[in-house]
Design a binder for this molecule. Structure first.
Ligand SMILES: *Cc1c(COP(=O)(O)O)cnc(C)c1O
Length: 382
């Protein structure tokens, strides 16, 4: 349960609002950094998970690099003090304008996802008289066993270059003088809580390193992406993911060559559990088989339940412990039936005006907000 002392902090505020626990964020970053440092691994923060300036400031203070998937994220990283030398830029649809901006800023690596993209970056780099440092994002065909919308490492997904294209890519690269191939990149999906997919990834990466070596190509860095999941069910007892176990897998299974750097791009695992969406109950409405608790927050503030059938723990901060438990469908005000945060949620008797916390919303929450129904943007408190 979110600390009830926070109630006084929220009472006078306009809801819905995002609450971020920056102490927990720091503890999480410290844990991740300590474990990564053990092996000399390079950590990048996946900006798309959360771009709130205070959150970014905390992350920057721990010396992480930036993993970006749009030109504006690259810009946001640089404006928030991240060194462009530690910025990586992935995405299947980089526009010319975005590529030019990143070239001008001399980012660490374009993580390239298709043959045509390689040609375009080469051409734009040529016009600017620059050399682009690139990594090939390969599709390792590893199933992440996560929701189908957040699986990215299967051949049927749009991401990355498939293994059968490698020879054609290498042939193409010979004709592209403005690209410097320096790494391999992978990212198999998100909210991965079973570590087996990461083990499978390691053996695939080993195979790829060897395959390229046989063709005379050596990489200065390998980037294995992100995807480590968080515990949505128990955000208090397991607030911080098991970074030790995660990094240990790579150190044990990955066969890095001498001097080869290993890079990670973590998003959710770093910021997910430090955020909560705070909302007020507008109405209690009796349904046929259930009661509805209608909140002033909806899918416009947090779309994950509607988009991925995601689970978020829901708590009533105002109700006393002694109130009898009841079941509610906790829904938002937006005109969509999918605007529902949880069905048959067990809560103490809930009334109009109660404050509700929707937990573990630090990642892919505020950044995915929309103005649908002309809704206002929720503000953030810390
Ligand atoms: C989204 C994304 C990440 C971060 O994923 P998490 O599951 O939040 O760790 C890392 N790398 C790339 C390329 C991504 O698109």
């Amino acid at each position: 349960m979110l600390d009830p002392k926070l109630l006084t902090k929220f009472e006078g505020q306009k809801t819905p609002l995002y609450y971020y626990d920056l102490d927990l964020l720091s503890q999480t970053l410290k844990a991740a950094k300590t474990e990564a440092d053990r092996y000399g691994y390079h950590l990048h923060y996946a900006f798309k998970a959360n771009c709130t300036p205070e959150v970014l400031r905390t992350i920057h203070s721990f010396g992480l690099g930036a993993d970006c998937v749009s030109g504006n994220e690259v810009k946001c990283a640089i404006e928030n003090g991240f060194d462009s030398k530690h910025v990586v830029f992935a995405g299947v649809g980089k526009s010319d304008e975005e590529i030019i901006y990143a070239l001008e800023k001399k980012i660490f690596s374009f993580n390239c996802e298709s043959m045509q993209e390689l040609e375009v970056i080469n051409e734009l780099a040529g016009k600017l008289n620059k050399t682009a440092t690139i990594a090939l994002r390969l599709n390792p065909n590893v199933d992440a066993y996560t929701h189908k919308y957040i699986t990215t490492g299967l051949e049927e997904n749009k991401f990355g270059i498939n293994a059968h294209e490698i020879d054609a890519v290498l042939l193409l690269l010979k004709r592209l003088p403005n690209l410097r191939l320096s790494g391999l990149h992978f990212h198999i999906g998100s909210q991965i809580t079973d570590l087996v997919p990461f083990k499978k990834l390691c053996s695939k990466v080993n195979e790829f390193i060897q395959l390229f070596e046989q063709k005379g190509i050596h990489f200065s860095h390998i980037n294995v992406g992100g995807g480590l999941g968080i515990n949505y069910k128990e955000p208090d007892t397991q607030a911080i993911p098991d970074f030790a176990a995660y990094f240990c897998i790579f150190s044990e299974l990955l066969e890095l060559r001498k001097g080869q750097e290993l890079h990670f791009e973590l998003g959710r695992a770093l910021v997910g559990n430090c955020g909560s969406l705070i909302s007020r109950v507008l109405y209690i409405k009796e349904g046929i088989n259930t009661n509805f608790a209608i909140l002033d927050a909806g899918m416009t503030e947090l779309i994950r339940p509607a988009l991925y059938q995601a689970y978020h723990k829901i708590e009533n901060l105002s109700a006393g412990n002694v109130d009898p438990m009841q079941r509610y469908d906790v829904v938002g005000p937006v005109c969509e039936s999918s605007d529902c945060f949880g069905k048959a949620v067990s809560l103490p008797e809930t009334k109009r005006g109660d404050l509700i916390a929707i937990r573990s919303t630090g990642a892919y929450g505020e950044v995915m907000a929309s103005g649908y129904n002309l809704r206002e943007k929720a503000k953030a408190v810390f």
